[in-house]
Design a protein around this ligand. Structure first.
Ligand code: NAD
Length: 799
């Protein structure tokens, strides 16, 4: 088998994108060397060093663990060109100037390895024009690789071929970007701004025009065009502020410079909006200058007003009636909006119509299929649905007719008619562009399936577009047991899968019953059990709401029973006769974290956030989390020559007492919630595949559960030491009296309570202490205040 191996990557340009791309390579364990120009003064690597330092302070963090910035190898074009020869992939991310990029290509060409792929991260320059300056030997290995900012978090990467790019190169790169970097790849044609920015920025400009036309304010527009519309929650103008108005102006300029009324019939609407010009002139660039469309003053968010060139009170919401309309099924929603008389409804219909119109007119020139446009908008602009998906869902021909009527009536942004394929032939007959056969390619005149690269066999449930059919994780495979809270099923007959169905995948007594049944079934007839859900989070923890009625009716004994049952379930997982794998993605909090901790192994997506957060609701981890912390400390000490147990306990204690949550799978490992033997997977969609493989490998290696054994605890002297520190924190005003009470109870459990240091205890003994602490706290008014606060507002109460 021949395989394109990426042993090392060179990133050229340590700016906003280059430095963050390098950081993400470190996150996924790819060695990387980051280049920039030699500094004119001081050490030659000065520019890169500064950029790498900057990575540690950036929010949201581009690094899984901030200190890993040190793993980025620093280089400059004067001293280190030879390093390029070691790299299998070179990603160029220098400033957006054709002449500078071409100059740099000339400089690097003699040093690039003869097999290496060279790719540009340009957002708007022609990849073909860039390739023309390259030596013949590099041309076939050159393409575009367009990341979105911030590259760690944005799922989309657009790959762009030139007429001379070898097809194999693109397949190799797609494989690496998908599996190695964990991204969703869309192939774009070499047109200005490619797919997502072309459709997205045209959409933003169109939105700004309609805002002016309908006389709406930015806060109302953001309320309408955020979550309610199924788009990024920051809406239109706050997104612009976050991206940076200068960056936005730059992308708009690329559209203006590279397109014309001949190449884009919507060109007339690409003029820089007056308000954007004004803000730029005033030096208000958005979040980075603390003023843009919005400005925060104390707790108030003010909005810009063009007429007075000043900021006025903001925070206005849209009319409720539109919120209700936006919740209706697609067909009814669009009809209501179109027929609504108020400016807010008219505005919404107008921006949706514009997006359908623009996407249909440009599909053939910018993308291979309609699926690529929809994925690009979902993955690059945070939309729940792409434009074609919504149009199709609302009724293809009806919506097409409405658009046509608006064009005829001069309401649309351009007179360009919808392409013929919208009304006639396969699309009209199928009622849309997405079918189980594939998605519409207007150039070939066919519905085309997704590219079937071997890497996609690692995705059992890849993301799909509406109308494409395809297996759904909720119903796929063979169901062994299913109730309201859990589905126990198998894909291959070898490994059993347990998928939680509760809201936020919380763990109720019914879920515990289901898990126990799954283990029993797996022990009888399967090689292993994987706990996995097709959507996030992994689990938000114990279901507090479901235990509340029993608590109120029966009292604390109901809680004690529920806790005991959860603890038993955790032990059942740990000592099961088959390996249990937790396949974690997104949040794994409290009981969700414990589910992971009591599994034989964890396979976690890079974007996993794991922690014991019970303190936030005034409780202690009560389903084995603290028993785990005590056991891990004893295990770590057993492997060391150190005689004192306490230092091994401190980190686990602190993590639980401060409700620390890992900001990535890598950081969660540092905190101790993942082990070195656990697997971190870059791509969320490969999680199930890897977990099933892992379960089988463990089974085939003759897996047996660990032997039950007693282990030493730090005892009352250890507890006294921890408590001494807690007293200082309380007296110094760093923690409240109630925090002190909770932390003391945690200290009591993890040190084994009132016993001598070194006393051997069992997991069950520590779990009894956990339950006692939990039940004591649940009756405390301050804890109840925290729980009720969390349940009603979703925010922690500090008391
Ligand atoms: P930036 O301005 O932050 O960084 C550019 C880097 O290029 C700097 O470190 C600078 O030292 C270096 N540089 C400048 N002139 C150079 C030269 N003549 N030779 C070699 N290096 C030089 O830019 P950025 O925002 O990181 O953008 C880099 C590339 O990525 C651009 O092509 C841009 O279009 C693209 N891009 C940007 C974003 C974004 O949101 N910023 C998103 C996707 C793609």
């Amino acid at each position: 088998m021949s395989r394109f191996q990426v042993r090392k990557v060179a990133v050229l340009g340590a700016g906003v994108m280059g430095a963050q791309i390098a950081a993400h390579l470190v996150n996924v364990k790819v060695p990387v060397v980051l280049f920039d120009l030699p500094a004119k003064e001081g050490p030659k690597n000065g520019i890169v060093t500064k950029a790498v330092e900057g990575l540690k302070k950036l929010k949201p963090s581009p690094l899984g663990v901030a200190d890993d910035a040190a793993l980025i190898q620093q280089a400059n074009y004067e001293e280190h060109m030879a390093l390029l020869g070691e790299c299998d992939l070179v990603i160029e991310a220098i400033a957006e100037r054709m002449d500078w990029k071409l100059d740099l290509y000339k400089k690097i060409a003699p040093h690039v390895a003869p097999h290496a792929i060279v790719a540009s991260n340009t957002s708007g320059l022609s990849i073909t024009k860039l390739s023309e300056a390259l030596p013949e030997a590099i041309k076939p290995r050159f393409c575009g690789i367009h990341f979105f900012n911030p590259p760690r978090y944005m799922y989309l990467v657009e790959l762009i071929a030139t007429p001379t790019t070898q097809p194999q190169i693109l397949d190799d790169l797609e494989t690496f970007v998908t599996s190695g970097l964990g991204k969703g790849v869309v192939r774009a044609k070499d047109t200005p701004n490619f797919i997502a920015n072309r459709v997205g920025i045209a959409g933003m400009l169109a939105t700004m025009r309609e805002v002016e036309k309908f006389g709406l304010t930015y806060d109302v527009v953001d309320d309408l065009t955020g979550k309610k519309l199924g788009r990024a929650s920051s809406g239109t103008f706050r997104t612009a502020d976050v991206v940076g108005l200068d960056t936005m102006a730059h992308v708009i300029k690329t559209l203006q410079d590279n397109l014309s009324a001949e190449t884009d019939p919507f060109y007339d609407s690409f003029g820089t909006p007056e308000v954007l010009k004004t803000l730029l002139e005033m030096g208000h660039l958005g979040q980075k200058t603390k003023a843009g469309f919005y400005r925060k003053v104390g707790r108030d968010v003010l909005r810009f007003e063009l007429a007075s060139k000043d900021y006025v009170p903001g925070g206005q919401k849209a009319d409720d009636v539109y919120g209700r309309m936006l919740k209706k099924p697609a067909a009814e929603r669009l009809k209501l909006l179109r027929e609504s008389e108020g400016p807010q409804g008219q505005f919404l219909w107008a921006i949706l119509r514009n997006s359908f119109h623009y996407a249909a007119v440009h599909l053939a020139s910018i993308a291979d299929t309609a699926r690529d446009v929809d994925f690009a908008m979902r993955w690059g602009f945070g939309m729940k649905q792409g434009p074609f998906e919504l149009w199709q869902e609302a009724g293809w021909l009806q919506v097409a007719q409405w658009i046509q009527e608006d064009i005829a009536a001069g309401k649309a942004l351009s007179k360009a008619p919808l392409p013929d394929w919208v009304f006639k032939g396969p699309v009209a007959e199928a009622g849309g562009v997405h079918t189980p056969e594939g998605s519409w390619n207007p150039t070939s005149g066919r519905f085309e399936p997704r590219r079937m690269l071997p890497v996609y066999q690692r995705q059992h449930f890849p993301e799909t577009v509406l109308g494409s059919g395809g297996a759904k994780f909720q119903t796929a495979g063979t169901t062994v047991h299913e109730d309201k809270t859990i589905r126990v099923w198998t894909l291959d007959g070898d490994v059993l899968i347990a998928s939680l169905k509760t809201k936020m995948h919380t763990i109720s007594p019914e879920v515990c019953e289901g898990l126990q049944l799954a283990i029993e079934t797996a022990e009888k007839s399967y090689q292993g059990l994987v706990i996995w859900s097709g959507d996030e989070p992994f689990s938000a923890g114990a279901d507090l709401e479901s235990t509340l009625p029993a608590f109120l009716a029966v009292g604390v004994s109901a809680i004690e029973d529920a806790e005991g049952f959860m603890q038993q379930t955790m032990l059942r997982l740990r000592y099961a006769g088959v390996p249990v794998i937790s396949a974690i993605r997104g949040l794994a909090l409290g009981g969700g974290c414990e589910l992971g901790l009591y599994s034989a192994r964890r396979v976690a997506a890079m974007e996993s956030y794991i922690g014991l957060v019970e303190v936030g609701v005034g409780l202690v981890p009560g389903a084995g989390g603290l028993a785990y912390i005590a056991r891990r400390a004893a295990e770590a000490q057993a492997q060391s020559t150190h005689k004192d147990l306490l230092p091994f306990l401190t980190e686990g204690f602190t993590a639980a007492a401060m409700a620390k949550v890992g900001t990535s799978a890598i950081e969660s490992r540092k905190i101790g919630y993942l082990l070195d033997s656990d697997i971190i997977v870059p791509n969320k969609d490969e999680l199930l595949y890897v977990a099933i493989q892992e379960a089988k490998a463990m089974f085939n290696a003759g897996w047996r559960a660990p032997l039950k054994r007693l282990f030493p605890v730090a005892g009352r002297s250890g507890k006294a030491t921890i408590q001494g520190q807690l007293v200082n924190m309380r007296d110094g005003g760093f923690i409240s009296q109630h925090d002190f009470r909770i932390a003391s109870l945690i200290a009591n459990v993890v040190t084994g309570g009132d016993v001598d240091a070194g006393t051997l205890v069992s997991e069950e003994y520590l779990m009894t202490l956990e339950r006692q602490a939990f039940c004591e706290l649940v009756q405390h008014p301050k804890t109840q205040e925290r729980i009720l606060g969390m349940l009603s507002t979703g925010k922690p109460v500090r008391n």
